[in-house]
Design a protein around this ligand. Sequence first.
Ligand SMILES: NC(=O)C1=CN([C@@H]2O[C@H](COP(=O)(O)OP(=O)(O)OC[C@H]3O[C@@H](n4cnc5c(N)ncnc54)[C@H](OP(=O)(O)O)[C@@H]3O)[C@@H](O)[C@H]2O)C=CC1
Ligand SMILES: Cc1cn([C@H]2C[C@H](O)[C@@H](COP(=O)(O)OP(=O)(O)O[C@H]3O[C@@H](C)C(=O)[C@@H](O)[C@H]3O)O2)c(=O)[nH]c1=O
Length: 311
Amino acid sequence: MATSTPQANRPKILVTGANGLLGQKLVAQLVERGGFEVVATGRGPSRLTGTGFSYQSMDITDPAEVERVIGQLLPDTIIHSAAMTNVDQCELHQEDCVEINIKATGYLVKAAERVNAHLVFVSTDFVFSGNEGPYDEEDEAEPANFYGQTKLAAEELVKSAKTSWAIARTVLVYGIANDLSRSNIILWVKGSLEAGKTIQVVDDQWRTPTLAEDLALGCILIAEQKATGIYHVSGADFLTPYEMAIQTAEYFGLNKELIKRTDSASFIQPAKRPLKTGFIIDKARKQLGYEPKTFRTGIGILAKQIILARS
Ligand SMILES: NC(=O)C1=CN([C@@H]2O[C@H](COP(=O)(O)OP(=O)(O)OC[C@H]3O[C@@H](n4cnc5c(N)ncnc54)[C@H](OP(=O)(O)O)[C@@H]3O)[C@@H](O)[C@H]2O)C=CC1
Ligand SMILES: Cc1cn([C@H]2C[C@H](O)[C@@H](COP(=O)(O)OP(=O)(O)O[C@H]3O[C@@H](C)C(=O)[C@@H](O)[C@H]3O)O2)c(=O)[nH]c1=O
């Protein structure tokens, strides 16, 4: 709901990684809710659609640029969503992953401290080993792959910030936005089956998949309430990728015979995936008023967006 609060009187919120899936959803919902003046930042030119916000190019691995942009804009709140999110690439290109996921988070922490901004950092279920999920906020982190290690190291930098901070951890995000650099489970399953391609999908990993819009709202509730500490913000359905693939095929009326059940011992990826993650989201429900959609409802929302994007 848009409010009539004058632009100048509203607190300012800055989003990093605004060209990404979460970033685009954050900017759209922040504009729609109207409580903040919204500044989107991303690597290179804007790929965002819509209006009601300003865009500033900001490469988070450039400390001088981060300091300059944040020093000039003086945001009250920063949602740090930018990251190297391709888990296999993180395993294969560890230096790049350290630059983007750890060092750049350090620059943002420093900049947030300087302007006394509330810093909301988006993190992952991959900080956990996957030996005993689903996890709550008190469980001990022990990453199973390099991406998870870098996100955990970044969490530690955020936790030591001399400004107020929150960490929103999430799980296997799905959705659609403009010109994304990364796919997600519903899109690759749908695309593969439509192309008549057989896919091998694991049935021994468990997740609580998260609709991008739900995650964006969870982060915004944290920002609006100036909540601090760690929050688990994910979907509530505990599913394997195989089960997600079957539900996706059923929803879109695609050929389920193309989905072959496999397991993590046979389906080898460069980065090891934790087996059983998924989140207990009671804290976010109670403290933030967060309530995610079911996976089935999420697929339906995405399906409508796909039709709209084509029209
Ligand atoms: N997707 C998922 O399943 C999950 C994601 N997360 C976390 O959620 C957050 C958002 O991820 P999501 O939106 O899904 O991923 P995306 O990959 O869609 O978005 C990440 C964005 O970060 C940007 N980025 C990368 N490097 C830089 C840089 N040097 N300077 C500025 N921007 C940069 C990317 O830019 P470009 O578009 O140019 O590549 C991209 O737009 C991340 O922090 C991720 O770790 C956590 C759990 C699950
Ligand atoms: C590509 C592929 C994946 N899978 C499985 C492995 C995995 O459990 C699941 C999703 O695989 P993806 O490669 O799409 O995503 P993956 O890199 O596992 O997803 C992760 O992304 C990062 C950013 C996170 O922070 C995590 O929360 C997590 O969701 O599907 C298959 O079974 N078959 C396949 O062909």
